[in-house]
Design a protein around this ligand. Structure first.
Ligand code: CU
Length: 312
């Protein structure tokens, strides 16, 4: 096929295949793809300057990672060169149907001097945890729950203090995977199942928990006080109630001496064994960007909270 393309006057062709996860199409395993890349490299040497570009379908996994590793991806770059096309509008066309599927407007004439550094910047230091809380992403009475409870907009399950670092332990005793997503907080993986975290999950905001897994994450509450949600990112699970709230509270202010000092409130202790504290608070307003009526079908809600503190 490559020789036919070259004989027809083409300068290159592109070869791609299905993701290994697409088993119905017998997608290429890592081993088969590496073997294919070696064959392509030999053909390219043989047929230069004609070139076979190599590609693969890549699936995004539940935790945001990709189903091909970095070594493979580094061998699969396809570069589209728009040099000399300034001012033009170009299309990627589906050859089978003749339909244009993607438009490129070349609006700038630039020289690209960029390069990817050999080492990326170090992780930010977010401190050592001063307390630990545990959350079990469970199934209770036929519903998806966190620590046995379904979502209640009037309940806050943790009150971390602004500026502190905590360790949160997430467990999955169910037979289904969960993707634990926390809003608006710096997060780093500490351990996965008592051992090392995956190399790509050092700092992120959604954590994959396969059945039976436990992950320890440390969180620093840096930016805002106020209420945040955390939940399983599987739509069926979060909509069924696998969602909770924490509220970042200001640090206790040292009272200024006065004639009638105000007593310092006593902090609420967590229930023994759970590592989490549960508090009943007045009804709150929440914003659900997926539905103008909110997740509970109530009236349309408005919010004046900072964008970073709202849901995604
Ligand atoms: Cu889930």
């Amino acid at each position: 096929m490559a020789r036919a393309a070259r004989d027809l006057g083409h300068e290159y062709i592109a070869l791609t295949d299905h993701s290994p996860r697409l088993t119905i199409a017998n997608g290429l395993s890592r081993e088969r793809l590496l073997q294919q890349l070696d064959i392509i490299a030999a053909l390219n040497e043989d047929m230069a300057p004609f070139r076979i570009l190599s590609g693969i379908e890549v699936d995004i996994l539940e935790d945001g990672g990709l189903d091909q590793d970095d070594e493979i991806l580094a061998r699969l770059d396809v570069v589209v060169d728009f040099a000399g096309r300034f001012g033009q509008t170009l299309y990627l066309r589906d050859a089978a149907s003749g339909v244009d599927v993607l438009q490129f407007r070349v609006t700038q004439d630039l020289v690209d001097n960029s390069s990817v550094p050999s080492a990326l910047r170090a992780l930010p230091v977010i401190g050592e945890p001063t307390r630990t809380r545990s959350f079990s992403f469970d199934k209770t009475d036929g519903h998806w729950t966190i620590n046995g409870l379904r979502f209640d907009p009037n309940r806050v399950d943790a009150l971390p203090v602004l500026g502190t670092t905590e360790k949160w332990v997430f467990q999955n005793p169910t037979g289904a995977p969960h993707t634990v997503h926390l809003h608006g907080i710096d997060q780093q993986c500490v351990t996965r199942n008592g051992g090392a975290c995956f190399p790509y999950e050092t700092m992120k905001e959604t954590w994959l928990l396969d059945p039976g897994e436990t992950i320890e994450v440390k969180l620093k509450f840096t930016d805002f006080t106020g209420r945040y949600v955390f939940h399983c990112h599987m739509t069926e699970h979060e909509d069924d109630g696998m969602m909770s709230q924490f509220e970042v509270v200001p640090p206790t202010v040292t009272p200024t001496p006065t004639r009638t000092p105000t007593p310092t409130p006593t902090p609420t202790s967590p229930p023994p064994g759970s590592g989490a504290s549960f508090h009943t608070v007045p009804p709150c307003r929440i914003a659900d960007t997926r539905s103008a009526n909110g997740p509970l079908g109530g009236p349309a809600l408005e919010t004046s909270r900072p964008a970073d503190a709202r849901g995604e």
